[in-house]
Design a protein around this ligand. Sequence first.
Ligand SMILES: *Cc1c(COP(=O)(O)O)cnc(C)c1O
Length: 376
Amino acid sequence: MIVFNKPYITELEKEYVLDAINRGNLHGDGYYTKLVSQFIENRFKTNKALMTTSCSSALDMAALMLDLKEGDEVIMPSYTFVSTANAVVLRGAKPVFVEICEKTLNIDPKHIENKITKNTKAIFVVHYAGVSCDMNKVMAIAQRHNLKVVEDAAQSVNAKYKDKYLGTIGDIGCYSFHNTKNYTSGEGGAILINYDDALAKTAEIIREKGTNRNQFFRGEVDKYTWVDVGSSYLPSDILCALLWAQFTKIDEIQKKRKYIYDSYYMGLKSMEKGGKLRLPIIPDYCESNYHMFYILLNSNKERDYLMDKLKANDIYTVFHYIPLHTSPMGEKLGYKFGDLPKTEDLSSRLLRLPMYAGLEYEDLQIIIENINRILN
Ligand SMILES: *Cc1c(COP(=O)(O)O)cnc(C)c1O
């Protein structure tokens, strides 16, 4: 059986987790938490990185930090994970869904401006599959309309737009270290505050239950107290120990994923030439982290047929997001099927192939052979 996803865990993870336990402090912001947050700040070049329990909680924090409230609107793609929209809805604000580009399945900058109203406060972009949105265009629109930009870079840790790492371009970036992502601690995330020191201070307070505990530990105030609204978003140091082991292998993991991506690409190229499917596209401005390998079939029927046939051969592939505007919750928010035809069409034809650093060469060849055989 070839599974869809598997975390890349070696002895090193076990060693660091055990060490974290032996250190005796399992709470947040301990020894390993400092290592991983400093690694993010130095390698990806951001002003401030704070570890969180998930990307969902990083997005929730972002919505709190931007003080979103009822009546506010936030521009985002409909083709995304529920957490991007939940963060906004939890504040009582409204997600305004925008079409995606056929090329990258990322938000289409052409469609952003006509959705901006006097109530629009922010743009939440999603870098799908480790491939960047067209950030120069997004940032220019945001500047023109005085909007904040939040990057949902859950899938895009260690990927780049031009010379900048994803998550470090907008005002705020959100990372995921979930089991299914390139670098994982099972559950985990980070929030990046890229420019604004005041916003970084707000983030620290929100993350520490609305207290100025971090300032107290730095000796900036002489007692710590409740100063604002907040909650608890700190991961245990055990999770950060696991993640630290993953970060020491960051280049190795990326290299293995690139190899798999390139193998799929070459192995399926003739199918694309024959008009059976479309392969993913990485624009020149982007350096991918090879989070995903998807193919676009010609119809929903052909997609489901291929998925079933592969499953019958013990190969597990999966489709992806049901567009949020067509979901039951999307309907409650006033959207309906037909609102974003391109999003609906693309998502109905997309199939994700097994992709993880530990995928064996033989299995990779079996998958490619099977797809070629079934589609012919
Ligand atoms: C995985 C993912 C999330 C959620 O990440 P968690 O760490 O599981 O909360 C959010 N947005 C996108 C685009 C994702 O792919």
